[in-house]
Design a protein around this ligand. Structure first.
Ligand code: CP
Length: 321
C-alpha cells in the first residue's frame, strides 16, 4: 500500500548525501553555526510553525536518536517515537514497510528513520509522501553523521578542503565510511583507509581513496584520524563466518590508537569516532585518547544537534511563510 508521492516532497528528503550539493552543505554549515552561536535558552531555534516528527528506530541508537530529539525539541517540535522493534508490533510479525505506512497514516510532518539491511524499505522510502531523513541504513548510508563529521573538521581546522582524513577499521560494513567518502570528497578532502584486509573492500571503493597497508604510515600522513567500531552485527548478514567475530583479540595492537601511534599523529591533527567506542579495541582502555587535546569525539556529538536542527529546518524551508 504505497503512499502517493509528491516529487517536491521527495526532493526534501535526505536519504543519502548524493542529494546535497557542495552549496547545500555550505548553507547547512552556516545555519548550524547560527544555531551553535545561539543561546539555547532564548528559544532562538524556535520555528514559526509547530510540527510533529515521526521517529522510527528499528536499530539501537544513542547519539543519533537523542540528538535528533534534542534538535527537534530546540526547534519547538514534538516527536512521536518508535524506539525498537521489540516494543512495537514488528514483534508480532508486522512488516517494516507496513509499520512505516501506519505511522505515516498518523500524519507526522516528516520521518526520521534508522534500519538494518532492508530492500523493502530501500524501495519504499524514496516514494513516501512526506520528507524522510535517513538516520542510518544498513551498510549503505548515514548522511547526517557524515555531515556532522565534516562540520566538526571545518570548525576545528578552519576548512575541509585539502585535509587528509584517515578512516580506520571496518570500512566494508560501515555506513559512516560510505557517507563520509561522499561528503569529504565533495568538500575537497583527501581520504585514506586502513584496516584488517577482510574489512577493506577489494572492489567498490571510490578510486580516489588511498588504501594504506601500514597504519603507522597512515597515522603520520593524516590530519584527521577517524576510528570505526567493528560492525559485528553486520558480519553474518554479509556472509562472514560467525567465528570471525571472535578473532579480533589483537585488534588494538594492530589497528587501535596505541600510545606509540598517538606520538606519531600530527600535533594539530584531530581524533574522531562516530561512536559507540569500544575501549580496548579502537581506543585504549585508559583515558589517554579521550583526554588528548586533539580528541573531538564529544564535540562531534554536540555538533550533531546543530547540524540535525539545520537539516530538519531545511526539510521545511519555504513552507513556514
Ligand atoms: N554514530 C551513531 O550513529 O551513534 P548511535 O548508533 O548511538 O546513534
Amino acid at each position: 500500500m504505497p503512499s502517493t508521492t509528491a516529487a517536491h516532497e521527495v526532493s526534501r528528503s535526505l536519504l543519502d548525501t548524493a542529494s546535497y550539493s557542495r552549496n547545500d552543505i555550505d548553507d547547512l554549515f552556516s545555519r548550524a553555526d547560527e544555531f551553535a552561536r545561539a543561546d539555547l535558552s532564548t528559544g532562538y531555534f524556535k520555528s514559526p510553525r509547530h510540527r510533529v516528527l515521526g521517529f522510527l528506530f528499528f536499530e539501537p541508537s544513542t547519539r543519533t536518536r537523542m540528538s535528533f530529539q534534542m534538535a527537534a525539541s530546540r526547534l519547538g517540535y514534538d516527536v512521536l517515537t518508535l524506539e525498537n522493534t521489540s516494543s512495537s508490533s514488528v514483534s508480532k510479525g508486522e512488516s517494516l514497510s507496513d509499520t512505516v505506512q501506519n505511522v505515516i497514516a498518523m500524519r507526522p510532518d516528516a520521518l526520521v528513520i534508522r534500519y538494518g539491511q532492508s530492500p523493502e524499505l530501500d524501495r519504499l522510502l524514496p516514494q513516501i509522501s512526506i520528507p524522510v531523513i535517513n538516520a542510518g541504513s544498513g551498510t549503505k548510508a548515514h548522511p547526517t553523521q557524515a555531515l556532522l563529521d565534516a562540520y566538526t573538521i571545518k570548525k576545528s581546522l578552519g576548512s575541509v578542503e585539502g585535509r587528509k582524513v584517515l578512516i580506520v577499521g571496518d570500512i566494508r560494513h560501515s555506513r559512516v565510511a560510505q557517507s563520509n567518502f561522499e561528503v569529504l570528497r565533495k568538500l575537497g578532502a583527501e581520504v585514506g583507509v586502513c584496516g584488517p584486509r577482510e574489512f577493506i573492500p577489494l572492489t567498490g571503493l571510490p578510486s580516489q581513496i588511498k588504501v594504506f597497508e601500514s597504519l603507522d604510515e597512515a597515522v603520520s600522513w593524516c590530519d584527521v584520524f577517524m576510528g570505526l567500531r567493528i560492525q559485528l552485527e553486520r558480519h553474518c548478514e554479509a556472509g562472514l563466518p560467525e567465528e570471525s567475530a571472535k578473532s579480533y583479540s589483537n585488534y588494538f595492537e594492530s589497528f587501535g590508537l596505541t600510545p606509540a601511534r598517538l606520538k606519531i599523529l600530527k600535533r594539530e591533527a584531530l581524533i574522531m569516532h562516530p561512536g559507540p567506542i569500544n575501549h580496548g579495541v579502537e581506543f585504549p582502555t585508559d583515558e589517554s585518547v579521550m583526554t588528548d587535546s586533539r580528541n573531538r569525539v564529544l564535540e562531534q556529538v554536540s555538533n550533531g544537534v546543530v547540524i540535525r536542527a539545520a537539516i530538519i529546518e531545511k526539510l521545511f524551508s519555504g513552507k513556514d511563510q
